[in-house]
Design a protein around this ligand. Structure first.
Ligand SMILES: C[S@@+](CC[C@H](N)C(=O)[O-])C[C@H]1O[C@@H](n2cnc3c(N)ncnc32)[C@H](O)[C@@H]1O
Length: 462
């Protein structure tokens, strides 16, 4: 997550990755994903990572995620390997010995489907659940204040709620996971009851306003104003300035005037005498669009010892995009069966088409149909043998599996990101296909493995 946070918005063309599967393997490093005691925690953490991926992916970008399932078991199923240690820290300080699932023993947990559903459902930058959005929207509308703090030349967007009921503010903090709750002592009148204040500032405040925007009534204009303020700060950052610098030092005359105007406007709105600003509504964090579920069929899968079910010889790969229009380079594969009447996919007709009086439409009936010389549109079941990588990593991608993703989803010269880089297969395939890559990996030994591997490829290429 920290690695993703330093990457700028809209900077990556394509993401190809395979996160650790839930409760399957111990990758031997603190902070790793996959060892959460419940599947809900795993899905939430994983989707939080993909929220960040969405931020850095270009509008026209593509995202490919290979993820496997886990069988529910009463005996616990933590895979052990040479990295396993008796105890090391994960989120709660200890490694779960047994996984806890609400599913019947021996049942598949359906993690891939749950992940895809959460990815295509979740909105919101910070508040991930619609019920919480409505609740928080109501509290901020009724008891909160959306404002800009102006102090000594600094302008800081802010959302705050002040009240005597600390429980409500603790809940706000729990829902958002941000901000602070502090006690306000009434100095002038010590007999008054203590009250508490919760505050969030900067781009966090703007994101909260975007999440609850639909539930605001009288504070919509304030939400638009602080959203604009943060957009301005981002524009300033892009042009190399310090976004929080003092008035008169780094901001242009025009920007300073706009900031001052926004500050004046929000003040008027909070005093109840503002006028409509015509500013844009905050941008919603839209859910991912799922374009394909690809089945990775493994003809050489490991034989299974199970005698009361079939051997599983496939995994799922989800193909997500951020926007309805995206960069996609169609991939073809050879025809394998004779054409049907309609010729299957991607037929090229020779000769003129004619007008069909019966249907009133142009018809291909009189034309000779022939297959597209490039082949048919690539289908969604991909048969690729698993290929154990000779280095010391367990779950490597076969290069052949991810090549179509890179070719279809990333223009030449573009950047492919793998936030779970492992032994660096995504980097290898990117280089071989004249794309750039960024890899993020927690385990230092795997980083070394990936670097050595990529270096040897580069030496062979040039
Ligand atoms: C399934 S493997 C990826 C293998 C990779 N596709 C390859 O071809 O080698 C998942 C990787 O994610 C790494 N990992 C686990 N938690 C992580 C985290 N929070 N951030 C970054 N990497 C993590 C693991 O160390 C492991 O190498």
């Amino acid at each position: 997550m920290e690695g993703l946070k330093i990457l700028p918005d809209n900077s990556i063309d394509c993401v190809v990755t395979s996160p650790p599967y839930w409760s399957l393997r111990d990758y031997g490093v603190g902070g790793q994903l996959g060892l959460e005691p419940t599947f809900q925690e795993y899905i939430q953490k994983l989707c939080n990572i993909f929220d960040e991926v969405k931020r850095i992916l270009k509008k026209e970008g593509t995202c490919w995620v290979n993820i496997g399932d886990t069988y529910s078991t009463v005996s616990g199923s933590m895979g052990k390997n040479k990295w396993s240690q008796p105890k090391y820290s994960i989120a709660d300080g200890s490694m779960p010995e047994k996984i806890k699932t609400p599913f019947p023993d021996k049942s598949l947990c359906q993690i891939p489907s749950r992940f895809a559903i959460e990815m295509t459902r979740r909105r919101g930058y910070i508040v991930k659940n619609e019920t919480d959005e409505a609740w928080l929207g109501g509290i901020i509308e009724g008891e909160g204040c959306i404002t800009i703090a102006h102090h000594n030349g600094y302008y800081e967007p802010r959302v705050q709620i002040a009240m005597v009921n600390k429980g409500v503010l603790d809940r706000v903090q729990q829902i958002t996971g941000v901000g602070t709750v502090s006690k306000q002592t009434e100095r002038n009148n010590p007999k008054w009851r203590d009250s508490y204040i919760w505050k969030a500032s900067g781009s966090t405040a703007a994101k909260i306003c975007s999440d609850i925007f639909d539930y605001l009534v009288s504070k919509k204009e304030q939400a638009r104003i602080i959203w604009r303020m943060v957009e301005m700060q981002k524009e300033r950052e892009r042009t190399g300035g310090d976004p929080y610098s003092k008035v008169g030092q780094k901001y242009s005359e025009k920007q300073m005037t706009e900031r001052q105007k926004l500050f004046e406007e929000i003040k008027k709105h909070n005093q109840g005498n503002g006028t409509p600003t015509k500013l844009k509504n905050p941008t919603k964090n839209e859910p991912w669009i799922l374009r394909n579920t690809i089945i990775w069929h493994k003809p050489n899968c490991m034989p299974s010892s199970a005698k009361d079910r079939f051997t599983v010889d496939f995994e799922k790969i989800f193909f997500f995009v951020k926007n309805k229009k995206y960069w996609f380079n169609q991939q073809f594969e050879p025809y394998t069966e004779p054409m049907n009447r309609w010729g299957g996919e991607k037929l090229v007709a020779s000769g003129e088409s004619s007008w069909d009086n019966g249907t009133g439409q142009t018809t291909y009936r009189d034309r000779d149909m022939r297959p597209n010389p490039e082949g048919r549109n690539k289908r969604a079941v991909w048969s690729v043998n698993t290929k154990p990588y000779s280095g010391a990593h367990f779950a490597t991608f076969p290069e052949k599996l991810i090549e179509p993703m890179v070719l279809a989803g990333c223009p030449e010269g573009g950047v492919v990101l793998d936030p779970f880089f492992g032994s660096g297969t995504t980097g290898v395939v990117a280089i071989r296909n004249r794309r750039n890559y960024i890899g993020i990996e927690l385990n230092p030994e795997y980083i070394k493995l990936a670097n050595d591997r990529i270096q040897s490829i580069e030496q062979n290429l040039f």
